[in-house]
Design a protein around this ligand. Structure first.
Ligand SMILES: NC(=O)c1ccc[n+]([C@@H]2O[C@H](COP(=O)([O-])OP(=O)(O)OC[C@H]3O[C@@H](n4cnc5c(N)ncnc54)[C@H](OP(=O)(O)O)[C@@H]3O)[C@@H](O)[C@H]2O)c1
Length: 356
């Protein structure tokens, strides 16, 4: 990796993902010359903790990106749509965690261990996928590269931190209200999330899917370079604070035994097998939280598909870390290591307007 320290901006620094980004940058010793913490005007003048030290937060404005080398955006799609092109014009390379740019053909959508080379072909913005896609594609890659994929069905069990800090507070409040014997009030979600499973994540589309479900479909195709991949998803919000779980069913092109599948999955960097059902060992959200790996278990043959071409398994990962912050920092490491970024001081404004 480049030894030259870089100026890094975190946009959404007061949020759950922004906080995780700061944490991961510190943990991995990313070479930071200046860490510029940005949020909305509401947070300007406040501080946020960086390694236990209170650091000032500034308002994210176009001019705040002057001199920034890498900008990690995690403040929602409208902020990314408005400010990422401005950051690029100031010479920054943007790694964007929202869905604003993911399906733009000119923007690479990258999972560090699946399609790192795609990051080379950027014009200023690199997109980080949706958290539920993120943990799925490293495992699907192993199947694609060995026996081929005919069809995928994935059902997600997603934690409330995937919605943001307000949703975490809402679940906590509902748990407290239940204990106190009070009615549960809901504002972030349309129904109480406590003691429920809500089959509604993001808005409903005309095709009957939710946008979250459709993100899994379209983003998986793009990252895996399988534009015709047959894939369907049901995305469900569950009363878990952190880490998403997924039940995955794959129809493979050639037969694939569970034993071989476990070996293939374990060979993917960052994938860990936890699969000893007799001893109640399988991936759990509570164990995955705070970790960077994707955990896979319950690997078994799906007998509803002939000739040993059906495989079912369970995938769990921390949505705030690998699902968002860790992959973003891994992309930052990748572009620094391969010199796919130049320090802003040596780089003129992009100015082509391509990302905008
Ligand atoms: N949570 C996940 O698992 C996950 C995974 C993948 C992607 N994402 C995406 O990451 C983004 C943030 O998620 P989160 O969970 O961190 O949400 P969050 O906890 O609600 O935090 C939102 C952050 O965005 C900032 N923000 C809001 N409006 C802004 C504006 N106009 N200008 C600048 N900053 C603004 C907030 O700053 P203030 O404190 O000043 O309001 C806060 O720092 C979303 O796009 C989400 O879809 C989240």
């Amino acid at each position: 990796m480049t030894r030259q320290p870089l100026t890094v901006a975190v946009v959404g620094a007061t949020g759950l993902v922004g906080g995780a980004m700061i944490q991961v940058l510190l943990e991995r010793g990313f070479p930071v010359r200046e860490l510029r913490l940005m949020a909305s005007g509401r947070s300007a003048g406040r501080t946020t903790l960086v390694g236990g030290v209170a650091r000032p937060v500034i308002e994210a404005t176009p001019d705040a990106f002057a001199g920034v080398d890498i900008a990690l955006f995690s403040a929602g799609a409208s902020v990314s749509t408005e400010l990422a092109p401005a950051a690029v014009r100031h010479g920054a390379t943007v790694i964007d965690n929202s869905n604003a740019w993911r399906m733009d053909p000119a923007v690479p959508l990258v999972v560090s261990q699946v399609n790192p080379a795609d990051a080379a072909d950027h014009a200023g913005i690199i997109a980080n996928p949706n958290c539920s896609t993120m943990q799925l594609v490293p495992v699907l890659m192993a199947i694609r590269d060995s026996v081929g994929i005919e069809r995928v069905v994935v059902d997600t069990y997603q934690s409330v931190s995937g919605t943001g800090a307000d949703a975490v507070a809402e679940l906590e409040a509902q748990l407290g209200a239940h204990v106190a014997g009070e009615p549960l009030s809901a504002s972030v979600y349309p129904h109480p999330i406590a003691f429920n499973a809500l089959p509604e994540i993001d808005v409903f589309l005309d095709n009957g899917y939710t946008r979250e479900e459709w993100k899994v479909v379209t983003e998986s195709r793009k990252i895996l370079h399988l534009p015709e991949l047959r894939i369907s998803c049901t995305a469900v919000r569950v009363p878990v604070f952190t880490s998403h779980s997924e039940a995955v069913h794959v129809e493979t092109r050639e037969p694939l035994s569970p034993e071989r599948a476990r070996r293939l999955f374990a060979a993917v960097p960052g994938v860990v097998i936890q699969d000893d059902p007799a001893n109640h060992v399988y991936p759990l959200a509570s164990n995955a939280t705070g970790r960077d790996e994707v955990f896979v278990g319950r690997v078994r043959q799906d007998p509803s598909i002939a000739d040993g071409r059906g495989l079912a398994f369970w995938v769990v990962s921390d949505n705030l870390r690998k699902g968002a912050a860790t992959n973003a920092v891994e992309i930052a490491e990748l572009i620094a290591e391969h010199d796919w970024i130049r320090p802003a001081a040596e780089r003129g404004p992009v100015g082509s307007g391509r990302p905008a």
